[in-house]
Design a protein around this ligand. Sequence first.
Ligand SMILES: [Zn+2]
Ligand SMILES: [Zn+2]
Ligand SMILES: [Zn+2]
Ligand SMILES: [Zn+2]
Length: 262
Amino acid sequence: MKTIRRKPNFKFLAIIAFLGLFLQSCSEDDDPILKAPTISNFEYGEGSAHSTEQVAYKGSDIHLEAEINAEASVKSITLSIHAHDLTIADGEVAWDFEQVFTDSKYLVINPTFHEHIDVPANIPAGEYHIELTVTDELGNSTEVEGHIHILDSITLSDISIDTTVVRGEDFHVEFLINAVNKIHNISVDVHAHGIVPGPGEVIWDFEQTFTEGYREQTEVEFHEHIDVPITAPAGEYHIIFTVEDEKGNTKAYETHIDVTVS
Ligand SMILES: [Zn+2]
Ligand SMILES: [Zn+2]
Ligand SMILES: [Zn+2]
Ligand SMILES: [Zn+2]
């Protein structure tokens, strides 16, 4: 009887052993099944509005947001913003941004990435490439990418300025200003280079700052008439218009005007 009883026991043990192998092989399959992180709803745009319109402005900031799911917790999030083929003008520098985020709020299974990145004021406007890479504790990584258009925070258009004026009269200046950060003021500087005043003439060096009707506007037509003194020596004058926004960004426009004698 005892030997008969042992037989089923051996079978039972064999089944247990088989199940054990089966369960172990299942759990061995589970490791590779831990998927690389997923990144969804990647959005970005103008910072102050948390915009998703994929446009940002120099001297302002970019809002970026993404939902991350990492079965093995996130180890790091790397953000890269750079341009391909943008021409760098005088006074501009290339912008090649990279930052690795390891803040504790991100080192979890399903963090929401949300950052605001300052855009330098002195970089070329144009299209920039954004890459967001999430790496998990197991070393798996996933990348999403996109493009953002970086624009000047102040633009001047439809410029109409007289090119000649008789001294003692005034000249007309008109242009359209778009300033996403609101206009602070517009300054005008008129001066000559190397004009020697004759008898009875006085060097004309004009500077004026305009705010009334312009301050706090984001889109406005600048229209002024500037008086030229009757005593100004005739000749070519250099004019510089400078628009400053509420964040201290400036945009200048230069031209020349001929002052003549009637
Ligand atoms: Zn934001
Ligand atoms: Zn790139
Ligand atoms: Zn006018
Ligand atoms: Zn000058």
